[in-house]
Ligand binder design. Structure first.
Ligand code: ADP
Ligand code: ZN
Length: 727
């Protein structure tokens, strides 16, 4: 009897034993009964039953789904690594790793059917008809001759009519069958027109070309518009010319369709695009095609990092600093780290690009672990944006706009240019307060103020998306004297419309880009020059370049200066730099104005005077002094429950139970930055260690303690390795 250890999609930290009559390769999908449910599991280990196994107590598997194992060894090993590294149940790790169709009860034959193509071949009757010189029309004879070797229907249709083929099928001389294409890659054509690389680009491309054959990680640090994408394209061209595949990860595709467009224009080949709007069927299709080597290029968001490849030659991550690369629930992986593990396995380069590298990556570039490639100049000779800090203390402010800003907007608009106003707060006003008693309406489930959305006449909780109709009366004293406090994009828009009635303003935030094409339509209005004033949230900070925008205003940066979030300053510095990079082109000089009540703030001063690179180095020095990441390995355990005391006591037990080794500390338990959400209180216990090994030993112990603690079963807990936020 054979024992199969199967990873089953349940939140338990083990695999389960089942019996089967014969051996199956590891990585095979099987259907099993689990309790009363039928689940699809993955075989992680297969062995002969030894004498101490009580076979009678084990269930047999229901069915082997993969007659050909679909999961490559490399992904199986990766899943085991992910489960260990992120302290996450192995069965659920596969849930994050595999396309939905692989997790359903579909056989490998059915799945491979997706990429099969209709082929035609001769039947034995057809063979004899040809051999015996049966009376045939020339066209028929030609088809039969061609089909002496089976061919795809598509290829045959290029030289023969569908009617001829149909006739031969009717005679029983030709039959159709599904053919699954062979594994293997081909070298795609590149389109010949491309810009000549400038010197900096040439140096970067040269450095990459020299290291295509082995594992390395390189940071390409270059201001927005410095030609990073052009560097990717030219290096990718070399990788493709060796018949190898390329994986490109970008944080956001919906907002940056032009990136994909640029790849399509440059390379005349199939490109697999993976983002959240791709159907499960298409996702499976791309997965199989990439695995067989038929997709030279795959571009996708975070989870595309799990795509299998036949012969991967390089991984590129654009905007590597973006937090969207880290999954913030279930398997909390960072796509950059997973990419590094895969690049090492394939022995290929990983190229990370950003105008504002994360502190982790920058630190590795500075200490020599990563190669450091730089583009200091904007390509196509665009100028740098000049940046100003505007002290708005004592200034009159209208809907968030100071007089100075209004005057500057006028100047830029009169010159026929566009203006971008950035405010990271949607809705009309973040607070609606009773003028008589001071009562503020809060979300009952999150205990946070609700945002007033004037257009839809609703109060909305931006944390849990709860909405309710806005009333004219105070919920506490029943008086009707409610006043708005603070400005959101909706209010900013109405103020701008009043102040600049002749310049069309458009707002780009989550509220008005919910439908599929909404964002692209708005974006087109900007490109065409129809819209003069753009008002937006951080959606505008991603990827786009607006050549006719010459003035960028950050309406309110004070929140980021004094946030409880340890990474707030890093994120603010990135945001300011990214936003200012959206403006200006060769012939037009760009300006940026930052409105603040704290013009003397050292971070702002450093940023304006010396740039992001300088701020990042200072923040790194601070992190080193505070024993924080990236100098210390960090992880945390979260506990959530409607009972705050339960969370606290569960985490306190963990704290007590993990040995306080030298070089290892715990901080907390303390409330998470989001203290309550959907009626559940949230607490965290932070782990810091001078080495990854120490961190993992402690987290391992924590998981064990939690698993054997009765109280812990009553709350929801999770582990977050390399946690980047404390929410
Ligand atoms: P990034 O990815 O750093 O933002 P891009 O690669 O998008 O920069 O380049 C910005 C602009 O400059 C694009 O319009 C691009 O076509 C152009 N560009 C890039 N490299 C060159 C070059 N060597 N010569 C001319 N134009 C270039
Ligand atoms: Zn809420």
């Amino acid at each position: 009897m054979i024992i199969l250890n199967v990873a089953v999609p349940v939140p338990l930290r083990q695999s389960f034993s089942y019996t089967h009559t014969e051996k199956v390769p590891e990585g095979t999908r099987v259907s099993v009964s689990f309790g009363t449910r039928k689940l699809v599991g993955i075989v992680v280990d297969c062995s002969e039953a030894s004498y101490d196994v009580k076979i009678d107590e084990l269930k047999a598997i229901n069915e082997v789904l993969d007659t050909t194992p679909l999961l490559p060894d490399e992904l199986l090993t990766l899943a085991k690594w992910l489960s260990d590294y992120y302290h996450f149940p192995i069965g659920e790790t596969f849930t994050s790793l595999l396309p939905a169709w692989m997790r359903q009860e579909r056989t490998s034959v059915e799945l491979l059917g997706l990429i099969a193509s209709k082929h035609l071949r001769l039947t034995s009757d057809g063979e004899s008809a040809l051999a015996n010189n049966t009376k045939l029309r020339d066209t028929q004879r030609n088809v039969l001759k061609q089909l002496e070797k089976a061919q795809s229907r598509e290829a045959l249709l290029k030289s023969h009519s569908a009617a001829t083929i149909k006739g031969l099928k009717k005679k029983g001389w030709v039959e159709e069958f599904d053919s699954i294409p062979n594994e293997g890659t081909s070298v795609p054509q590149t389109v010949s027109c491309k810009p000549t690389a400038n010197i900096e680009q040439g140096v970067a491309i040269g450095a990459m070309s020299a290291s295509l054959e082995r594992f390395s990680i390189s940071l390409l640090e270059g201001v927005t518009g410095s030609g990073k994408t052009e560097v990717y394209l030219q290096v990718i061209e070399q990788v493709l010319s060796k018949g190898k595949q390329v994986l490109i990860l970008i944080p956001e595709i919906g907002l940056t369709p032009q990136t994909v467009e640029r790849f399509k224009q440059r390379f005349n080949c199939n490109i697999g695009v993976l983002n959240s709007s791709v159907t499960s069927r298409k996702r499976m299709h791309i997965w199989l095609q990439a695995k067989l080597g038929h997709l030279p290029i795959v571009i996708g968001t975070r989870s595309a990092v799990f795509t299998p490849f036949y012969d991967l030659g390089m991984i590129v991550i654009d905007e590597e600093h973006d937090d969207a690369l880290k999954q913030q629930d279930s398997l909390r992986y960072h796509a950059r780290d997973v990419a590094a593990v895969r690049a090492k396995k394939y022995n290929i380069p990983l190229l990370l690009g950003s105008a504002t590298p994360s502190l982790e990556t920058l630190n590795n570039a500075l200490n020599g672990r990563f190669k450091h490639l730089k583009l200091m100049q904007r390509a196509a000779s665009a100028q740098r944006v000049s940046q100003h800090i505007l002290d708005i203390k004592h200034q009159s402010i209208e809907g968030g706009l100071s007089d100075t800003v209004i005057q500057h907007m006028k100047v830029h608009l009169e010159q026929g240019n566009q203006v971008l106003l950035f405010l990271n707060r949607r809705g009309y006003s973040p607070i609606l307060m009773c003028h008589d008693c001071g009562y503020v309406e809060v979300c009952s489930r999150c205990e946070r103020p609700m945002t007033w959305h004037k257009k839809t006449r609703t109060m909305q909780c931006h944390q849990c998306e709860t909405q309710r109709p806005v009333t004219n009366r105070c919920g506490q004293c029943q008086q009707g004297n409610l006043v708005a406090d603070g400005v959101g994009t909706e209010q900013l828009e109405s103020v701008v419309n009043r102040l600049f009635p002749n310049d069309r303003a458009i707002r780009i935030d989550r509220d008005n880009t919910r439908t599929k094409n909404a964002f692209n339509d708005l974006y087109e209005e900007v490109r065409s020059g129809n819209a003069k004033i753009l008002i937006g949230t951080q959606m505008l900070a991603k990827g786009h370049h607006f050549p006719d925008v010459t003035l960028v205003v950050l309406i309110d940066v004070d929140g980021g200066l004094f946030s409880m979030d340890a990474r707030a300053q890093e994120k603010l510095a990135q945001l300011v730099t990214q936003i200012s990079g959206r403006a200006g082109r060769a012939s037009k000089k760009g300006e940026m104005i930052l409105q603040t009540h704290h013009p003397e703030h050292p971070m702002l001063q450093e940023l304006i005077n010396n740039g992001y690179g300088h701020v990042a180095r200072l923040l790194l020095a601070e992190r080193r002094a505070l024993n924080s990441p990236p100098f210390y390995a960090q992880g945390l355990v979260r506990a959530e429950s409607s009972d705050a005391n339960l969370c606290l006591s569960v985490l306190a037990n963990v704290k007590q139970g993990v040995d306080n080794d030298e070089g290892f500390i715990t901080i907390g338990p303390m409330p998470a930055l989001v203290e309550k959400r959907l009626n559940r209180y949230r607490f965290i216990l932070v782990f810091r260690a001078s080495s990854r090994r120490l961190l993992h030993t402690a987290l391992h112990r924590a998981v064990w303690l939690l698993g054997s603690d009765k109280q812990a079963k009553k709350c929801r807990w999770s582990v977050d390795v390399d946690a980047i936020d404390f929410t």
